[in-house]
Design a protein around this ligand. Structure first.
Ligand SMILES: [Zn+2]
Length: 172
């Protein structure tokens, strides 16, 4: 592991994602156990106190599952990418970020094939969206651009093309 700030931050993010992921799945597991015990009690011979306990336990189990799903980092990332609530079906999206030399990666530029350690990463996704929330990723890919090509029109044109290919992007 390097002592570079970028590496440390990435590690801290990974650890925090892992912790939230574990906490999330534990809550989901707890909720599922609760529902299983509710079903078990209801299928058996519920006593009067069970009849009161069953709806309460069921409510807590559902809350636990809901909360567990929401604290899960992959799901939170999906929520962060959510569209307007009226969106259903395939949605294409593009996001870009800068590739820094400190990341120690070497990628070929899609335009000129030069290997570079600094430039731009353009990520495109095609997702299936239900009520604005991406539920399934249909395709995902990354293109790398060297600084020269990133500044030229090619990367910009690629964005325009993906938008043109997706007429549903316009609100109707
Ligand atoms: Zn290039």
């Amino acid at each position: 592991m390097s002592d570079e700030p970028a590496g440390t931050v990435a590690l801290a993010d990974t650890v925090s994602d892992l912790m939230y992921g574990i906490a999330g799945w534990m809550l989901v597991g707890l909720g599922v156990l609760g529902i299983v015990s509710v079903v078990g009690t209801a299928m058996g011979d519920p006593t009067n106190s069970d009849v009161i306990a069953i709806p309460i336990l069921l409510l807590f189990s559902l809350l636990s599952i809901t909360f567990g799903v929401f604290v899960n980092p992959p799901f939170r990332r999906r929520l962060n990418r959510r569209q307007t609530i009226t969106r259903f079906g395939r949605v294409r999206s593009v996001d870009r970020r800068v590739l820094h030399a400190v990341e120690g990666r070497s990628e070929p530029c899609v335009e000129c094939s030069t290997r570079m350690t600094e430039g731009m990463i353009r990520r495109y996704r095609e997702e299936f969206v239900v009520a604005g929330v991406p539920v399934y990723t249909l395709s995902e890919g990354k293109n790398h651009y060297c600084p020269d090509c990133a500044l030229s029109d090619s990367a910009h044109n690629a964005d325009q093309q993906s938008r043109a290919a997706e007429p549903a992007t316009e609100r109707s």
